[in-house]
Write a protein that binds this ligand. Structure first.
Ligand code: AMP
Ligand code: MG
Length: 347
């Protein structure tokens, strides 16, 4: 299959028409959102949805998020929508909040992996919204990466993974948020954050009161040696081994410096992903700043791209400084811990 690559700017939105038509006709289109690039298909067309799983190599038991352009569409896709869900939609849509609700019969089981719930959001990206509007269908879209790879935050990443496997890639530049949406289960009495993202727990609580983080988010194993593979938790994984290091700043720098020197003696290619402020403290090379400690949103925007850059450079060991579990830092730490197979070196 030839993959058509379309670069969209504010002034050539009409170029979306062919891709929108393809979507409507059951084909796959990769497109930018504010979180990461999505791989879209008509959410109500079972065959189209199944082709998403095939193109990504995604296990069929991992349900998809449906992207819509107008909040009214929620009423078509979901049932028993409680008032808090409507409040959240009003507060955060368009934006990186996905809500899980009871599904309406119109949504095929292929989209929800057989669950009786459905995940829905409105993305905050004009190209995504325009594509959805022009297609006239709700768009099921997981991240547009090969399953297991870091999520794509540039169209180039999509091309690297899916060239020849899908008919269209829409290039709309870099994704602003850089980590996937917050997934909030609204079917329980106290809503549960299943995946942390750009909309933080305190932002949600300011609108509807108490929410909790899913227990599985606290599964990181604290270890004193970075060797044991915690495969069970590995997910957003670069090729190289990821080692997350948490503790006092000076301890973290010293520990990483020491370990990198040892790795280099063994001939390993290493990288250190560090807060911008800490980079001068390292005395080894290949230090990659992922943002200021004061701006975890920049770290979110950069982390997946840096993981992919490390892969391109053949890095074998990637040391990452942990950041505080607050605000969007929760989402950043969640992705980093997953990339590390759930292991954190606690100093
Ligand atoms: P992705 O778009 O690749 O980031 O994957 C979609 C995420 O949304 C996955 O983590 C799914 O488990 C989650 N998700 C989608 N639908 C549901 C649902 N009905 N219930 C719970 N989680 C869901
Ligand atoms: Mg994904």
């Amino acid at each position: 299959m030839i993959t058509e690559y379309i670069r969209i700017t504010d002034s050539n939105m009409e170029q979306l028409d062919r891709a929108a038509k393809a979507l409507k006709n059951g084909q796959l289109v990769a497109f930018p959102t504010e979180t990461v690039y999505g791989l879209g298909a008509d959410a109500l067309n079972p065959e189209a949805v199944l082709s998403i799983f095939a193109a990504k190599g995604r296990p069929c038991d991992n349900p998809l998020i449906i992207h819509i352009a107008e909040a009214e569409m929620l009423e078509v896709l979901a049932a028993d929508i409680r008032p808090e869900a409507k409040k959240l939609a009003q507060a955060f849509w368009p934006g990186p909040l996905t809500m899980v609700l009871k599904k309406a019969p119109i949504v095929p089981p292929e989209t929800t992996s057989g669950l009786d719930t459905v995940a829905v959001r409105i993305p905050d990206n004009e190209i995504a919204l325009e594509l959805i509007r022009r297609s006239g269908v709700p768009v099921a879209a997981p991240s547009a990466n090969l399953s297991g790879k870091p999520s794509p935050t540039l169209a180039k990443h999509v091309l690297d993974d899916l060239n020849g496997r899908i008919p269209f890639i829409i290039d709309g530049g870099a994704c602003r948020v850089g980590v996937e949406s917050t997934v909030l289960d609204m079917t329980t009495k106290v809503p549960v954050i299943l995946r942390p993202g750009g909309v933080t727990p305190s932002m949600i609580e300011s609108v509807i009161g108490k929410v909790v983080l899913d227990k599985s988010l606290f599964n990181a194993q604290t270890v004193d040696k970075p060797k044991s593979p915690g495969l069970k938790y590995t997910h957003y994984k670069p090729e190289g081994e990821v080692i997350v290091v948490s503790g006092e700043r000076s301890d973290v720098v010293e520990w990483i410096n020491k370990n990198v020197v040892r790795d280099r003696e063994e001939g390993l290619k290493t990288a250190v992903i560090a807060a911008y402020e800490n980079t001068p403290s390292y005395n080894v090379n290949n230090i990659i700043p992922y943002g200021s400690i004061k701006a975890p949103e920049d770290m979110a925007a950069n982390i997946f791209r840096i993981f992919r850059d490390c892969d391109d450079a053949g890095i074998e060991k990637i040391y990452v400084e942990a950041i505080p579990w607050t605000g969007i830092g929760i989402a950043v730490m969640n992705r980093i811990e997953k990339a590390a197979g759930g292991k954190v070196i606690q100093l």
